[in-house]
Design a protein around this ligand. Sequence first.
Ligand SMILES: Cc1ncc(C[n+]2csc(CCOP(=O)(O)OP(=O)(O)O)c2C)c(N)n1
Ligand code: SF4
Ligand SMILES: [Mg+2]
Length: 391
Amino acid sequence: MADASASSNTNNTTKPAGPPGAKKPAGPPGSKKPAGPPGSKKPDGPTLPPGYGGDGGGCGLSRKDFSSDQDVRWCPGCGDYAILATVQRLLPELDVPKENTVFISGIGCAGRFPYYMDTYGMHTIHGRAPTFATGLKCANPELDVWIVTGDGDALSIGGNHLIHLCRRNLDTQVLLFNNKIYGLTKGQYSPTSEEGKVTKSTPHGSIDAPFNPVAVALGADASFVARTMDRDPKHMKAMMKASHEHAGTAFLEIYQNCNIFNDGAFFEFTERGTKASRALFVEDGEPLTYANGERGLRLDGLSLEAIDLTTDRWSVSDCLVYDASNREMAHLIGRMFDQPDLPRPFGVLYQTERPTYEQQLHDQLDAVRAERGDGDLETLLHSGETWTIDA
Ligand SMILES: Cc1ncc(C[n+]2csc(CCOP(=O)(O)OP(=O)(O)O)c2C)c(N)n1
Ligand code: SF4
Ligand SMILES: [Mg+2]
């Protein structure tokens, strides 16, 4: 395990390649400069709205204590900045010793995350963050292990590793930065890119049906599944906190704007003009309403129907009351993905308690040890049938 300062030494001697846009932004046709989100200036570090979040908490540390000395090399205006800032503001509020905190990433722009955290961390190999996290958490269950991954990293090359992490229920937080594109490699389509998406690797439009990451996690039996967005730091922080409080694999999809290669991919859900009518924020125990309370969702048989609450026909009492512990409801809501008449759900979509992988592993080891005593590797290797191979 390398710590962040060790990575920084490496970084200082051999300059990291950095995200593509940092060197030579190859933006959408006609654009010369990276087009940041409306009103954004070139950030020289993580930015969040003033007055938001907790700088400092119970452990006496502040956001600065979790920021490494590395220059952040994401493109100006990238949604990754807001995610980084939110994590750095949350950690001082958690009751976790800094030396027990670890960030493990795969490859991609998202994969650069551990460099910027002044915690332990590993920038590992493509799609394998869950694998490294599993080994680390099993060997040292006291560590607080966060996984940072992208849509390509988690769902293409790492798809297999992600689903097994979920079903095993290792106690870790998975932050999936979904920008519906391969950012680092300059804009190829990813498993979350929509059908028809024209990219450098799909010049005539993607013919793939995209993954809905929360449905993948639910299908893989993750015990906690949530969705948030980079443009709503308050909600993002609440979701990260809830993920952290959960004992087991907490899967958090974060809609993240890649303003260089897929600008505005989620603006329908994140921007002021359309957010209210297109995003539904679920709350456990609350009726499903959106559009400032003017619309709601009701069950019509086994299907969801969007209803207009401004007429006499329907009222809030007709709306489905959300129960985040109900797996069937989570599947129904989590599947709201490609129906244009239904909003996109955000919030904790599902949460259940079940034993963690590392707890079961250590319980099993203790039980076997109690029965048979400590094992001996040498004895094991020479036990049973052995052969001598004549040269
Ligand atoms: C084994 C291997 N295959 C392919 C690559 C090339 N590669 C680097 S990053 C990447 C995709 C990253 O996409 P995503 O996970 O969405 O991250 P983003 O850059 O968008 O944050 C690919 C294919 C690699 N580094 N290693
Ligand atoms: S995700 Fe996009 S905007 Fe962000 S650093 Fe990568 S290429 Fe740049
Ligand atoms: Mg991506």
